[in-house]
Write a protein that binds this ligand. Structure first.
Ligand code: ASP
Length: 410
């Protein structure tokens, strides 16, 4: 009997978690366990490296070809508007959910900031004001494409490929050969992603075992209430809000969606990186969920850096948590500021592990909270990052299905 890749990936995730817990129980300093963790880190890194290897050529060709294939101008316009509209809507819902839950449960009330004094030494919070953030963000959008490609700067690659795609459409038949070349390049990359995915069960097992072996469960316990609020709302958003939007707007059954999206969701969970998962996300959207490549090729790479529901939700919850710890009451106006800065921070966060922690500094500072407080959250961040990255990636796939539906309706 041949087990499908989908099932293999699921089983390996469960196995990886079990193995990690076993490692932690046996003590990570034991000789055998040390070697086991070393082996896991080798395998896990290899898997992520392979995904990153195809990432840049894949994003570049997929966006250029995607945009060029949306031949009529009006269609391109519609895809643009619905994509951005969906990104904003879903992130706004995530943030509102976080604000409601945090106001309701008030995690952090009663705990004292001094409790975490020791944590503050590990991190020198980078000072980043909102104005600086916006300037830096805009400045980073358009850069020399060769630099962007060499540095794997996904957002800048998206921007250049977008313009190239538009130029290819405008130029029409004259540039047909270039379009064909890009198209074939894209097919080749997807073929390589197929090979890399055969390694996915092993890579995912290794990544999860390593992650769980190295968690500090004691810190997790002291922040239990906050962790519960974040996980609860993240799962609510991922398993109720997004599927509901999908069902209501795109008329796609959530069951069918999760079946098709599973490979990408588990990869996101294990890698904690939307960017590294991107090759898998594209593959799931096009091959399992049957999104038109010209739409998936546009929505998914853009979403991987700009659409982060899980990150938005996390940052808003964390801001309120830190406020509670510091004994500061945020009024409605301040929470509105948190709403907007969180959205910008989530759009600006790159799709790499713990990126949300860096941009969160800006959210904290926007309402005068101590930026050093991110140090308190650092020890539990990698664990929470698994779920929020999964929801980030889910949002991109849901978005591609919804945009496809909205464009078709026209
Ligand atoms: N790890 C997340 C992602 O790649 C970003 C974050 O840290 O929130 O989607």
């Amino acid at each position: 009997m041949r087990i499908s890749l989908n099932t293999q990936i699921f089983l390996s995730a469960v196995l990886g978690i079990a193995l990690g817990l076993l490692f932690a129980k046996m003590g990570t300093q034991t000789n055998g366990v040390k070697q086991g963790i070393y082996l896991c880190s080798l395998l896990g890194t290899l898997f992520i490296d392979l995904l990153k290897m195809v990432l840049v050529p894949l994003v570049f060709t997929s966006i250029a070809v995607g945009v060029a294939n949306l031949r009529q101008h009006s269609q391109l316009h519609r895809v643009w508007i619905s994509t951005l509209g969906f990104f904003m809507l879903s992130m706004a819902l995530a943030i509102v959910l976080a604000l409601i839950a945090s106001n309701w449960f008030q995690p952090g009330k009663g705990l004292s900031l001094d409790l975490f004094q020791g944590a503050n030494q590990d991190i020198a919070a980078k000072q980043m004001s909102f104005a600086e953030f916006i300037a830096g963000f805009l400045h980073g959008l358009f850069i020399n494409p060769f630099t962007a490609l060499a540095q794997s700067n996904v957002l800048a690659i998206v921007m250049f490929a977008l313009l190239l795609g538009i130029a290819l459409v405008m130029g029409g038949d004259r540039y047909r050969n270039i379009l064909v070349l890009l198209q074939e390049g894209l097919e080749l990359m997807l073929r390589m992603v197929g090979w890399i995915m055969r390694l996915a069960p092993l890579g995912i097992l290794a990544l999860l075992a390593q992650l769980l072996a190295s968690q500090n469960m004691a810190v997790l316990g002291s922040l239990a209430q906050f962790v519960a609020v974040v996980l609860g709302t993240t799962l609510l958003h991922g398993f109720v809000v997004l599927p509901l939007l999908l069902f209501l707007i795109a008329k796609v059954s959530p069951l069918r969606f999760f079946k098709g999206a599973r490979e990408a969701l588990i990869t996101a969970f294990a890698t904690s990186s939307s960017s590294a998962t991107l090759p898998v996300t594209l593959r799931c959207a096009e091959q399992h969920l049957h999104v038109n490549p010209s739409i998936a090729g546009f929505v998914i790479p853009l979403g991987a850096t700009a659409n982060m529901d899980g990150t938005a939700l996390y940052e808003a919850s964390a801001a309120l948590f830190v406020a509670n710890l510091a004994g500061i009451e945020l009024d409605l106006g301040q929470q509105l500021i948190v709403f907007f800065t969180t959205m910008m921070a989530a759009i600006g966060a790159p799709g790499i592990p713990s990126a949300g922690m860096v941009t969160m500094v800006m959210v904290l500072q926007s309402v005068g909270l101590p930026a050093e407080a991110v140090a308190i959250l650092l020890p539990i961040d990698r664990l929470l990052d698994t779920f929020r990255t999964m929801v980030n990636v889910e949002g991109d796939m849901v978005g591609s299905l919804i945009v496809q539906r909205l464009v078709k309706e026209k």
